[in-house]
Design a protein around this ligand. Structure first.
Ligand code: 5GP
Length: 214
């Protein structure tokens, strides 16, 4: 199918669910089909994080100016910091037929879905609460206070998981399996009739010409 737009894949999951690793794997395995939206944030960089690669790091005043200038597809406050999705990149890529991954938390995810209902919402979760806690602690980058606030946030988020389109369990050590599942979800979405409107119309027009004997 030519001229098909990309799929907007919203990927959320509890902090510590392993989203980053899974998303990295999808991008490595299918680099021409997918692009990752790089978010803006007011949180400071963690060790090893690079501006423009992991996030666009900025202070609060700059972020708030961008909100006023309507430069975000969505933005949200998460554990005392702002996070937002730059709008232009997302739509440019979708129009080029490239699927875009938004790795964002729930508030933002629902805002995007409201504005762009064709988006597919995918929630990644570890197999259990114990596994989530051990992954958060194992990361070793956060203070106890931040770990506890992220676990508390996960408890709140669990009650909204059912509103996602797909739940994907990220089993320990099975990143490839998890990223394959997400890839196949996106492939399936592309085949949904509702998403193939321009292809269907073109085909129907051509067939109508046969019928008229043109
Ligand atoms: P972290 O500080 O661990 O990098 O990210 C914290 C949370 O913010 C994660 O759940 C992540 O998915 C989410 N997040 C990252 N970028 C965005 C964004 O642009 N918008 C929203 N709404 N959430 C984001």
């Amino acid at each position: 199918m030519n001229n098909q737009k990309g799929i907007l894949a919203i990927i959320s999951g509890f902090s510590g669910a392993g989203k980053g690793t899974v998303v990295k794997k999808i991008l490595e395995s299918h680099n021409e089909e997918f692009a990752l939206s790089i978010s803006a944030t007011t949180r400071g960089p963690r060790e090893g994080e690079v501006n423009g690669v992991h996030y666009f790091f900025m202070d609060k005043a700059v972020f708030e100016q961008k909100i006023s200038d309507h430069q975000f597809l969505e933005y949200a406050q998460y554990v005392d910091n702002y996070y937002g999705t730059p709008k232009e990149f997302v739509f440019d890529k979708l129009n080029q037929g490239v699927s875009v991954i938004l790795e964002i938390e729930m508030q933002g995810a629902f805002k995007v879905k409201e504005q762009y209902p064709e988006a597919v919402m995918i929630f990644i979760t570890p197999p259990s609460a114990e596994e989530l806690e051990s992954r958060l602690r194992g990361r070793g980058t956060e203070t106890e206070e931040v770990i506890l606030s992220r676990l508390a946030r996960a408890a709140d988020e669990a009650s909204y998981m059912e509103h996602y389109d797909y739940i994907v369990v990220n089993e320990d050590g099975k990143v490839d399996e998890c990223s394959d599942k997400i890839y196949h979800i996106v492939e399936t979405e592309k085949k949904k009739a509702a998403f193939c409107g321009s292809f269907i119309r073109e085909l129907a027009d051509d067939l109508a010409r046969y019928k008229k004997g043109e």
